[in-house]
Design a binder for this molecule. Structure first.
Ligand code: COI
Length: 348
């Protein structure tokens, strides 16, 4: 791997007390190009602008995918990346669906760890903030015929980030727009899944909600995801979340939460969750928690669910709730204060 270092780090100028999400990028990035049917040598180089042709394939057809993962400063000062290999596997799943060539484990894992090692001073010291890692791939050929790109770029950026959501998370159950459909690309982290969600999200944000709860494309009767996160409910002491399918992203935070819940002896049901059941459970006082799970926001307790012009308040459980407990358990594993018995941390 080729490494070209910057001459002077920008890190000392960063205000860690005021970090906007994903706007500040660390000194270096990993860059690897796919040409003539194979990946070239990865190059870690200074983060910077790239010049592209207006005919860049991905600008026209969105043959692009990404991952989101995080590196944390551990209590003993070391730096660990959470479930890095799972993001590698998921990137290649998305790549397959979007007709993008597979990237090797060597390029991904070595590229990622060398990059974090080089920019490890960027990993925040404070446990509640982290270094967000954004691997992505896009079609980089310069033609506008509607067929797969012949050339690709695999790049990794890193960015110190604070909280994704500030304040209460109010969500609205969407019954018109859909995020995904059977046979579609919902399970892939395809760029267009996010681009397509901005308009419906903007419409509900105009009504004062933070995000959408997506429902199924057929009848809008089943809960699917919330915004860019997976969603779970505690109903009658059972942790309920929609099952993975072609329509739902296999969230790594989702899997971590379910693993811990099962370990704690909590009954977990990965089975369809009907909108009507959720509303009824709230009305009968059986729904005690609702929360989103994702890399950026980690665990986001939901305070209000809007449905058909009505708002349903979700009781705040505070530190007694499962969501807060599992969030702090995850923080403990990431910091090394709690034993990493699942082998989730890659120390760089
Ligand atoms: C995630 O939290 O999993 C994300 O993908 C967040 C990103 C869209 C900012």
């Amino acid at each position: 791997m080729k490494i070209t270092k910057i001459s002077k780090s920008r890190q000392p100028d960063v205000d860690y007390a005021d970090l906007p999400f994903g706007k500040i990028f660390s000194d270096h990035m990993l860059w690897c190009e796919y040409k003539n049917g194979k990946w070239g040598e990865p190059h870690i180089k200074p983060y910077g602008k790239i010049e592209v042709s207006p005919a860049l394939h991905t600008l026209h057809y969105g043959q692009a995918i990404f991952e989101g993962q995080k590196a944390y400063r551990m209590a003993d000062g070391r730096v660990g990346v959470f479930r890095a290999h799972d993001n590698f596997l998921r990137l290649n799943k998305s790549a397959e669906r979007m007709c993008i060539p597979q990237v090797s484990e060597e390029i991904f894992m070595k590229g990622l760890t060398e990059l974090i090692k080089l920019d490890k001073d960027w990993v925040p010291k404070d446990e509640s903030i982290s270094l967000y890692i954004r691997p992505f791939m896009y079609g980089s050929s310069e033609f506008i015929a509607a067929r797969p790109s012949e050339e690709y770029v695999f790049c990794i950026l890193t960015s110190p980030v604070g909280a994704y959501y500030s304040g209460d998370v109010k969500v609205y159950i969407e019954e018109r727009f859909v995020r995904s459909a059977d046979g579609g690309v919902g399970y892939a982290k395809a760029a267009g899944n996010y681009g397509g969600s901005f308009y419906p999200a903007k419409k509900i944000q105009e009504k004062g909600y933070t995000q959408i709860i997506w429902t199924d494309h057929r009848n809008h009767e089943l809960i699917e995801e919330s915004g860019t996160m997976n969603i779970a409910f505690m109903i009658d002491g059972v942790l309920r979340t929609p099952p993975l399918s072609e329509r739902i992203l296999a969230g790594i935070t989702r899997d971590s939460v379910l693993t811990i819940a099962r370990d704690w002896g909590i009954e977990v049901q990965e089975a369809p969750v009907r909108v009507s059941e959720v509303i009824e459970a709230i009305e009968k006082g059986k729904l005690t928690e609702a929360f989103g799970m994702g890399t950026a926001a980690v665990i986001s307790p939901i305070s209000v669910i809007g449905f058909r012009e009505r708002d349903y308040a979700i009781p705040a459980q505070g530190s007694d709730g499962f969501a807060v407990k599992v969030k702090s358990h995850l923080a403990g594993i990431r910091s090394g204060r709690i034993a990493d018995k699942y082998g989730w941390m890659t120390i760089v």
